[in-house]
Each structure stands twice: as structure tokens, then as C-alpha cells.
Design a protein around this ligand. Sequence first.
Ligand code: ZN
Length: 75
Amino acid sequence: MEGPLQGILSREVLIEVNDRLAEIQSREGDEVLTLLCECAGPHCVERVTVVPRRFVAMREKGEPVLAPLHHEPTS
Ligand SMILES: [Zn+2]
């Protein structure tokens, strides 16, 4: 995900990508998921690590996956 795709992904796309990444990594038995920061910042290249159970809880609550000091985009 380095390079040209960075900075043009909308929040909705980031959520879809992360759901897919989580699915794949969970299936592979990874104990920690490596996901993309969902702040949708134009220059954000941060990766966020989270345990699968926490990720599920975040999705249930509608919380975004964010790197430290990154903020949910305001709508
Ligand atoms: Zn970010």
C-alpha cells in the first residue's frame, strides 16, 4: 500500500481495506493485525497494530482505527 494509493483513499475505502486485511490476517492466525490508519489524512502512511478481539470491538462500537495522535476525520 505504499506509493500512489496513499492519500487518495477515502474513509470508506480505508474501512473496507482494513476489514479485508483483518479477515486475511485473522485467517492466517496472526495474533496482531496490522491495519491502515483510518484518519484519511492526505499524507498519512501510518500502520496501526491491534489484536483481533479489539478490532472487532472497535467495529461494533463504530470506532475508527487510528494511529496515536491521529484523529477521526470530521464530517
Ligand atoms: Zn492517520
